[in-house]
Design a protein around this ligand. Sequence first.
Ligand SMILES: [Zn+2]
Length: 399
Amino acid sequence: MFRHAIPIGRIFGISVDLDYSWFLIVGLLAWMLAVSYYPYEFGAGTTGEYWAMGLVTALMLFASVLIHEIGHSIVAQGYGLQVPRITLFLFGGVSQIAAEPPSAGAEFWIAVVGPLVSFALAAFFWEIEPLFSGAPAWFAVAKYLALLNLILAIFNLIPGFPLDGGRVLRAIVWRATGAYRRATAAAAVTGRFFGFVLIVWGVWEVFLGRFIGGLWIAFIGWYLESAAGAQLQLESAKALVGEHRVADAMRRDFPRIPGETTLQDLVEHFVLSGSSRYFVVDAGSGDEGLITIETIRTVQREAWPTTTAGQVMIPVAKLDTTTPETALWTALEKMGRDGVNQLPVVAGQQIVGVLSREDTFHYLRVLESFASGRMSPGATTNRGASLGFPAVKGHTHLP
Ligand SMILES: [Zn+2]
């Protein structure tokens, strides 16, 4: 999800990362506060003071977001869930929780603790204001942070996925119906609805001349709507995959080459014919491995005639693999998380199949055409393409 993030430390065993977009939003926020909000709200300061106030406010706001996310993460850890990372980015923060909540109760408490922490932070900044009665500039900063955290708490309680309020709604529907998927769909639909409401509100604000504020609201609406929409697609992909196993979708007639094949021959006779992006290499005496176009690219061209596939293959023991009995959805999650195009399917030490993205798409399209009753083989809806690979789950928190 965040390809350009910088780790800045660890807390409770969780890596805290800053996405590149975080620097942009902190700079924008500090600038907006320094040139428009604080000169208007406070009035008695210097330009330098306004900038200091703006920067401190922006940094304290993200400290509040981080504490909010830590709240989610600690409760998730309490339910035995792994939380490898918290990332701060343009729209706030994301706690990367490695698995779905085990129960409706877990979902409820993991979600609701976030807004509760923001309410507590609002109360904290409110309570410490008098400490700054002798320093009106910092009094204004504390006052504004109390207001910001209150808005964050209330905003995140909007019952729309992926906001915390949407997860609370999912927990309640899940508990009432016992149906996790239906509960997720309900929360995602309300998420899309509130996303649209925000977009309309934002556009209206722009019409009223509040350009920056309106644009930001519409932007958040768009983000919320697309995140909720993606969750709905994910749920429909999950429903489609259902209980299917890797063995159902894997390719059994995968390309296999002898280990002594030179890279030159491999490229000329196999790769250029475009038959496949990967090849299983039989290196003899039961040794097998995988060679992909990416592996070939790591070898100097002039060495291709003298380098064999067996010499550069990645042996089974070092590969990301799966097994025939593994749930297809679990294998898809793994491919999405590890960013790989194919997974060799291993039984014992032998490669018995390969599960690739292309084959899985094809399999899902066939499943879908069965599910929709349309049997025409040419019916390539783009749903296949839009059946995005599950990658990272997480609590998205919007400032
Ligand atoms: Zn949250």
